[in-house]
Every structure is written in structure tokens, then in C-alpha cells.
Design a protein around this ligand. Structure first.
Ligand SMILES: Cc1cc2nc3c(=O)[nH]c(=O)nc-3n(C[C@H](O)[C@H](O)[C@H](O)COP(=O)(O)OP(=O)(O)OC[C@H]3O[C@@H](n4cnc5c(N)ncnc54)[C@H](O)[C@@H]3O)c2cc1C
Length: 464
């Protein structure tokens, strides 16, 4: 009998009566669906997928993996580019049953289960006129996105997702369940705000809700040939923009579906995706300087509830595509980098591929670089390059384009990358991303997870 089958049986035997959730092994009919990750390029076969129904279940799974010396992965939304929510021949603590969201409008606090998705948070908060800053695709998990930092449409106005985290309930490697906040287990609270799933399993997050309901948002696209004109204007324009407004820069092919006009379907474009919290007049004033640049092909901007913008691209990026990721932080965009960006995007291999420059100034700059592990507070953008396609046969092409593009632009970058937008790229890249905060993270790791049980992640190794 294979080790994998043995582990699944051992889990059923040892956890069977006390475990409230569901245990899924390779022999079960639901195994293929349960092991599938958002990124179909990653194909992992865990020995046991333990769908935890309670925080006690999480503690049982941690103990089981530790006792049997099995690798343990934590699965929130399963979106991680490198597939770090799963592991071959090990145990997956799958949090997808822990997805409740409750909102207290009086205190403006939002409690979220460790396996919820951002769409579920948006659906619960928007009726109260509140929002938690999150990412740009609503199917992404709250767990991984938050613990790695959290970049999105509200970053300039309200900071990273971690800047809105008030407390977390954490199951530690030794089975203890603790509260981490500014006044309780403060070092753990520091470490989880950017340090990923290195320190324990977060079974519940408590966030501060921000007063955002409707926004003015959507894309403006220019022909890719106008990249030089548009991006050189944008790099000067962004720092002058009020915090209530943002726009991330992108290169894409126009998706071949409504609401995009048919005559520009699949056209290579550069663009800005706007999100402005304010009146229509304020939004027009904010965007005006950029709309005067070049000749936009499309200006598809309008008023909508924030959740509509946060889910606008869910249809294009449904689960099951092949993804290859690379990222960098960017301080400045010199002319030569603009030319290289245009050149590589003109060679975009598939219509779902592209690159984004996410602004990380504004409120994200109010927090010092050592106040949380998220060390690149002084950078102005996080750039991500993604090769994406439905066809597995295109995987090598996606990888080659993404890596080639990244290598061409990396010399103009600030150094490390946002850990949530990397593949599994090794220790050097992890250390570069945490910069001067790595040593403190390694000390915290030694206190909370000295055996490195939580190592299926952008790993921080316990200090010697
Ligand atoms: C289509 C798409 C769009 C994206 N857009 C954005 C964006 O706009 N902004 C942004 O910041 N990021 C974005 N991301 C990146 C995203 O933040 C990461 O992929 C993140 O890892 C996803 O979290 P998850 O819970 O879905 O992932 P999973 O694969 O489930 O987990 C990822 C990692 O987080 C850990 N983890 C997850 N939940 C917990 C928990 N409760 N406790 C402890 N550890 C946990 C896991 O151990 C694993 O190492 C995007 C990703 C995709 C695929």
C-alpha cells in the first residue's frame, strides 16, 4: 500500500471520531475536485485533505501532521500562484468550511473565517456601506491574500489589507489557539501581517471596515503603441493624485466579450483601471489629466458598487487556467523600462496574459517599513507579470515569456517582490522581499514554529 493511502487511513482512524469536518483521500470520489488548485499548472497529490469545520479540527490536523512527520499545507482560497495551498504526499488543512463573515456596523468591525473568499466579505460588508481593502478578483482567499499583505483598489486610500487587520485567532504549531493583536501576542501579530502562513493557521480574522460603498471605476485603454506617451505621463501623474483615487497601469489584450466593443476585441492595449471613491465630478477631475493624453480606444468608466469592480474580472480569470507569475517592486520607471515593457507586451503569448503596476503609495506609505514585515513600503508600485492560458500545452510558452520579460525589467526594479505574486522561487527571493525584516521574522519563527512545521509557503526559516 502506498504511503499516501496509508496516511489517509491513519487520518481516518486517528481523527475519525473527533474530527467534525471531512477527510478526503486519493480513493475518495471527491479527491480530484478537492485537490484542484486555481492554478492548473500546479498538480499536487496530497495524502489527506482535511476539510476543517471548527478551530478544534485545525488543531487536530496540526497534531496529526506533526506526529506523523508529514508535510502540512494550509489552504485558504487555493489561489496561490505557486500552489502553496497544497502539498504532495502530505496533509492539507483545508479551511474552506470556515467561511462565515459577520459585520458589526456599530464598531465597523468585520469577522471573517480563515477560509472565506473576498467575494463573501464584499457581499456581507457592502449593505452596511463598508469595505475591507482587498484584491482585484473576488474569488481569491482572504487567508493567503491577507497574510501576504493585500494590494488592491483601496490601497492608496486605506492601506494594505494587513493595515486593516485588528486581530486574528491563530492555531499554533504546538496546538495552542491564541489571539494575536496589538496588545496580545504582539510579536505574533507583527509577524502575521506580511509573514504569510509561517506562524500558524488563522482560523478567524477581524478587520476594520472602511466607509466605502459606491465607487467610480473601470478601464481606460489606449493602443499599445502609445505606451511611451501614456506611461511617461502616468508615472508623473500618480503621485499628484488624491488618495481617494487610484488607477493601476496594465497591458493586456482586450477580452473578447461584452462589455468590450467588438471592434477592439483582442487588441493589444495599455491602460489604467480606475477606482475613485467620490462624486462623479470628483472622479472626472481626478482622471482628466490622463484622458488628455494620446487617443484612448475606450473609456469604460462608471459608478458601481465596489463589489462590482472587485468581481469585474472574475469571468475572465475563472479557476483552471495555467498561470505563471513573476513580480518586482518598482520605485521609478525610467524611459528604457517603458520601452522594454512595451516590447515584451507586444510579444504577449496569449490573450489572458499581461502585466500590472499596482500603486502602493498613499495610505500604504503611512506605515513604516519595519512596522509590519511588508518591507517595501517606500516603493511606488508592485509590478506583476502573468502568463495565463486555458491550454496546458502552452505552459512552456507562458513560462518563457514571463521569465524573459521579468529578466528584462528586473534591473530597473527596487529588488524583492510581493510574496503573494511569486511562484515558489526559493529562499533568496523570499529574503529579498522581506529585506531588513527577515531576521526579526526568523526570530519570531523560532519562537512560534521552531521545527518549521509550517513550511509550505514563502518560507521563513527559524533563526539558528
Ligand atoms: C486571479 C488572481 C488575482 C489576484 N489578485 C490579487 C490582488 O489583487 N491583490 C493581492 O494582494 N493579491 C492578489 N493575488 C495573489 C493572492 O494574494 C495570492 O495568490 C494568495 O496566496 C491567495 O490566497 P489564498 O488563500 O486564495 O491561497 P492559498 O493557495 O489557499 O494559500 C496561499 C498561502 O497562504 C497560506 N494561507 C492561506 N490561508 C491561510 C490561513 N487562514 N492561515 C494561515 N495560512 C494561510 C497558505 O499556507 C499558503 O502558503 C491574486 C491571485 C490570483 C490567482
Amino acid at each position: 500500500m502506498s504511503t499516501t493511502a496509508t496516511s489517509a487511513e491513519a487520518a481516518r482512524r486517528e481523527l475519525g471520531t473527533t474530527f467534525a469536518g471531512e477527510l478526503i483521500g486519493p480513493a475518495d470520489g471527491s479527491y480530484e475536485e478537492a485537490r484542484a488548485l486555481f492554478n492548473a499548472m500546479i498538480d499536487k497529490r496530497p495524502a489527506v485533505i482535511a476539510r476543517c469545520a471548527t478551530p478544534e479540527d485545525v488543531a487536530l490536523v496540526i497534531e496529526f501532521a506533526s506526529t506523523h512527520d508529514l508535510p502540512l499545507a494550509i489552504r485558504g482560497g487555493g489561489h496561490n500562484g505557486g500552489g502553496l495551498g497544497s502539498v504532495d504526499d502530505g496533509v492539507v488543512a483545508d479551511l474552506s468550511l470556515l467561511r462565515s463573515v459577520s459585520v458589526d456596523p456599530e464598531t465597523r468591525t468585520v469577522r471573517v473565517g480563515g477560509g472565506a473568499t473576498w467575494g463573501e466579505v464584499d457581499a456581507a460588508t457592502n449593505p452596511h456601506g463598508l469595505a475591507v481593502p482587498c484584491g482585484i478578483i473576488s474569488t481569491t482567499g482572504v487567508g493567503g491574500l491577507t497574510l501576504g499583505g493585500g494590494l488592491g483598489h483601496l490601497t492608496r486610500g486605506y492601506g494594505l489589507t494587513i493595515d486593516n487587520l485588528i486581530e486574528a485567532q491563530v492555531a499554533l504549531a504546538d496546538g495552542q489557539h491564541v489571539r494575536a493583536s496589538a496588545d496580545e501576542n504582539a510579536e505574533l501579530f507583527w509577524a502575521i501581517r506580511g509573514g504569510g502562513g509561517n506562524f500558524g493557521v488563522v482560523t478567524e480574522f477581524t478587520f476594520r471596515g472602511q466607509p466605502v460603498s459606491d465607487i467610480v471605476g473601470g478601464p481606460t485603454f489606449w493602443p499599445i503603441e502609445q505606451t511611451e506617451e501614456v506611461l511617461s505621463a502616468y508615472r508623473e501623474f500618480l503621485p499628484t493624485l488624491e488618495r481617494n483615487a487610484t488607477g493601476f497601469f496594465c497591458w493586456h489584450r482586450v477580452p473578447p466579450a461584452p462589455p468590450f466593443p467588438e471592434e477592439i476585441h483582442l487588441r493589444l492595449v495599455c491602460g489604467i483601471v480606475w477606482c475613485i471613491v467620490g462624486t462623479d465630478e470628483e472622479a472626472e477631475r481626478a482622471m482628466a489629466p490622463m484622458l488628455a493624453i494620446g487617443e484612448p480606444l475606450m473609456h469604460g468608466v462608471g459608478r458601481m458598487p465596489l463589489p462590482a469592480l472587485n468581481s469585474a474580472f472574475d469571468g475572465v480569470y475563472a479557476p483552471g487556467d495555467q498561470w505563471y507569475w513573476r513580480a518586482d517592486f518598482v520605485d521609478e520607471i525610467p524611459d528604457e523600462a517603458i520601452a522594454r515593457n512595451q516590447d515584451w507586451n507586444e510579444r504577449m503569448p496569449t490573450w489572458k496574459s499581461g502585466s500590472h503596476l499596482y500603486p502602493i503609495d498613499g495610505a500604504a506609505h503611512d506605515v513604516r517599513s519595519d512596522e509590519t514585515p511588508w518591507a517595501y513600503r517606500d516603493a511606488r508600485w508592485g509590478q506583476v507579470i502573468v502568463g495565463v492560458d486555458a491550454d496546458p500545452a502552452n505552459a512552456p510558452v507562458l513560462r518563457d515569456w514571463t521569465v524573459g520579460y521579468w529578466e528584462a525589467l528586473h534591473p530597473y526594479s527596487a529588488g524583492g517582490a510581493y510574496v503573494n505574486m511569486m511562484m515558489d522561487e526559493g529562499q533568496e527571493r523570499v529574503q529579498a522581499s522581506y529585506r531588513g525584516n527577515y531576521e526579526r521574522l526568523a526570530q519570531a519563527k523560532r519562537s512560534y514554529d521552531p521545527e518549521n512545521l509550517f513550511r509550505v509557503n514563502q518560507n521563513i526559516q527559524p533563526a539558528a
